[in-house]
Design a protein around this ligand. Sequence first.
Ligand code: SAM
Length: 210
Amino acid sequence: MRYVQKFTSAEINNNHEIFKERLEVYKDAGLDFLASRKYIFDKVSLPKSKVLDIGTGRGLTCLFLGEAGHNVVTLDIDDEMLKIAALNLDYKNLLSKVQLYKMDTYSIDFEEQSFGAVFMVEALHHIEDLNKAFEEIDRVLIANGKIVLSDFNRKGMSVVNKVHRKEGHEHASSSSGRVGAKKWLIEHGYEVKEYEDGCHWVLVAKKEVA
Ligand SMILES: C[S@@+](CC[C@H](N)C(=O)[O-])C[C@H]1O[C@@H](n2cnc3c(N)ncnc32)[C@H](O)[C@@H]1O
């Protein structure tokens, strides 16, 4: 279902201040989210095609994609995350470039070959059934499309766990990770390039279709 909501300027500005503070807290703890997105985008060249961003979260990846001029569809199962992302997009006037959907990655309600690229950044560790999620991603990706996957490495996960503990809650993590993701992609005909920065690993996968 499409997520659409109208916000007041006070809500947009208030959310922006909270978002900025959160980025600073992580930066002080050793995880620079903005630098990590720049790193990922430096590794990928994309045509100006329609892009799917899975696991919207607070919206950093779809903000970068929208700012780069892509038409983006982003999906998340969590209403609160969709609201924060929508507020962040509204702050940057990007709601015309980025469409938000409340949707589960296990059941993506778009037709086969709808997207030129699929991004999943910092969401894989929430995914219990990697095979089911990747079958859906593969289905909605065009032939020769790209999958861009990134998640926290050991250092990144330790920073995230530390910040979550300080905030009084535990950060849940599934067993899905880089090794399983790479194996699945290669077994399904993708050519995979691997990168790593301070707190993230990145896989850029391209399906070779004759
Ligand atoms: C850490 S956030 C992702 C950060 C985001 N990609 C960014 O760049 O700012 C992970 C998100 O994945 C979402 N998520 C978890 N399981 C999901 C599923 N099955 N389908 C869609 N989204 C899911 C969570 O609700 C959460 O908002």
